[in-house]
Design a protein around this ligand. Structure first.
Ligand code: BEZ
Ligand code: FE
Length: 295
């Protein structure tokens, strides 16, 4: 019993969060208790600010239920929810603070496939021979600009219609537009591909419906994904974006960082095209990845 005659466990609107927090003092895992205290305090604050009707609260519960039902081996609707409301980028930023000049990171996305084919420098990752030819090249260097030998670039991208191979298993060849490349002593990499195009994230589920209700489009600006790693260095998960893409300023997952925006230039040069094994005209993208040593 408290001084004012109420029992300490009885529900009270003003003390609602304190009551729940007090019920968790016996937690075996202190980090879990701390995280849940923060979640509960913020959630109760949101509910107090919004004052949802019971019907509105059921709409929120239904949204979460449908989000769970949408998840399969190939579809992670909760990650899409996190991505489209900026949380994935925030978690990424907190966990990947880098010295200035080092390559910045961005979201992984749902379409990475582990152990994609190991390729030789100069190989093509475009197994369909569709789209506009593109050569991607550059170097992997350390913080002093010194070439890193043995760096691995794990690369993947959508095709010219905006679909990844794993979204079109009966249409695209397996492992289309993905591959892994390892640098030699000069730290250089180059591969052939097709020019990426903007595409919508999967938007036929509850997250897509929420975006539509909020007046938001589902598009990501054209990009190529990279995981760049090397022994002794912090690996980075990142993309390179097409500077001229119409969705650059409104990426649905907020993944764009200035340093990752790249020029993709067109060349009309039959001699050079023949030399690198591309049809003329072709596009080129160049980028230097700068890795930071492991702590
Ligand atoms: C992607 O770029 O592959 C992606 C990232 C976040 C959500 C959906 C797709
Ligand atoms: Fe992507």
């Amino acid at each position: 019993m408290t001084a004012d005659g109420t029992t300490q466990f009885a529900f009270d609107e003003a003390r609602s969060a304190d009551l729940v927090v007090a019920a968790m003092t016996g937690a075996k895992n202190e980090r879990l208790r701390q995280v849940m205290e923060s979640v509960i305090r913020h959630l109760h604050a949101v509910v107090k600010e919004v004052e949802p009707t019971e019907e509105e609260w059921m709409t929120a519960i239904k949204f979460l239920t449908e989000t769970g039902h949408m998840c399969t081996e190939w579809r992670q609707e909760f990650i899409l929810f996190s991505d489209t409301f900026g949380v994935s980028m925030l978690v990424d930023a907190i966990n990947n603070r880098k010295p200035s000049g080092a390559t910045e990171t961005t979201v992984l996305g749902p379409f990475h496939v582990a152990s994609s084919p190991l390729k030789k420098m100069g190989d093509t990752i475009n197994l369909e021979d569709k789209g506009e030819p593109l050569i991607v090249s550059g170097t992997v260097v350390d913080e002093n600009g010194k070439a890193i030998e043995g760096a691995m670039l794990d690369v993947w991208q959508a095709n010219s219609e905006g679909f990844y191979d794993v979204q079109q298993k009966d249409i695209q060849p397996d492992m289309n537009l993905r591959g892994r490349f390892v640098t030699g002593a000069d730290g250089r990499y180059w591969f052939r591909s097709s020019k990426p195009l903007f595409y919508p994230i999967p938007h036929d589920g509850p997250v897509g419906a929420l975006l539509r209700n909020l007046g938001r489009h589902p598009y990501r600006p054209a990009h190529i994904h990279f995981i760049v790693s090397a022994p002794g260095y912090q690996p980075i998960v990142t993309h390179l974006f097409d500077k001229n893409d119409p969705y650059l300023a409104s990426d649905v997952v907020f993944g764009v960082k200035d340093s990752l925006v790249s020029e993709i230039n067109q060349h009309d040069d039959p001699g050079r095209a023949a030399e690198i094994g591309l049809q003329n005209p072709f596009w080129s993208l160049q980028h230097e990845f700068k890795l930071v040593r492991e702590k």
